[in-house]
Design a protein around this ligand. Structure first.
Ligand code: DC
Length: 225
């Protein structure tokens, strides 16, 4: 029986983190946890309720009332918020445009980080996000930090969105990435940064399989050590 490890994957928006994380989890028979989906779910709920980022009392109320939990389906921990499985609702441009702003709010981060840590206690998790290697899974046995050329990121994301029947122009997707990168990497509370022990991978010229094989090699080095 191989030992189980936790794998943290961080990086800017659209660098291929979730595609890699899902494929890694499937190959290793681990569980994939999408921390970004949790920030998106809160954003979706707050927008639906008409609660804006400066409305601290109502945000605190929603956080104290909400039930966010996961149900394991295959190798993915599917997110349920107040009993509803959210997926397509989380990927709209409305959510894209606001998620980074809500993600700067410390009370939101504290609540979500607590849930993320609980999910990873069992080991054998692949979690992707912005602060996984630096805050959530500081002791992850393998940490990866993905980067990718901006135009390649945009083209790949545009195609992904189209597959979900969400249509946005190249410029709209690019502007959203630029804005989110800036907010995510400059916020006060747990900004996006490469952990000192994370391995940097440039995903610009790699196919999904090439990236997966690179990450698998790194994972097996740790697992078999
Ligand atoms: O990974 P994603 O694009 O689905 O993440 C959406 C947003 O959520 C991202 O722009 C910032 C926020 N986020 C975060 O602040 N911390 C994380 N660990 C994951 C996501």
């Amino acid at each position: 029986m191989h030992k189980k490890i936790n794998i943290a994957i961080d990086g800017y928006s659209g660098c291929g983190k979730s595609t890699l994380a899902k494929a890694l989890a499937k190959k290793l028979k681990y569980i994939y946890i999408d921390s970004g989906a949790m920030y998106r779910a809160i954003t979706y709920l707050l927008l639906k309720e008409g609660i804006y980022p400066e409305d601290t009392p109502n945000i605190d109320r929603i956080l104290s009332e909400m039930d966010m939990h996961f149900k394991q389906e295959g190798f993915i921990d599917q997110l349920y918020l107040n009993g509803v499985h959210l997926e397509k609702e989380l990927r709209t441009m409305e959510v894209n445009n606001m998620v980074s702003q809500y993600s700067t709010i410390s009370n939101i981060r504290t609540q979500l980080v607590r849930i993320q840590k609980q999910q990873a206690v069992r080991k054998g998790c692949v979690m992707d996000g912005r602060d996984i290697g630096t805050v959530v899974l500081k002791d992850a046995e393998l940490k990866l930090f993905l980067v990718c050329d901006m135009d390649i990121r945009v083209a790949r994301r545009k195609k992904e969105l189209e597959e979900k029947e969400i249509f946005a122009t190249f410029e709209t997707v690019k502007t959203n990435f630029i804005e989110r990168d800036l907010i995510d990497s400059t916020r006060e509370d747990s900004p996006l940064q490469q952990a000192s022990d994370a391995i940097l991978i440039d995903n610009s010229m790699l196919s999904p399989d090439e990236l997966l094989n690179k990450a698998l090699d790194l994972a097996f080095k740790v697992i078999n050590n």
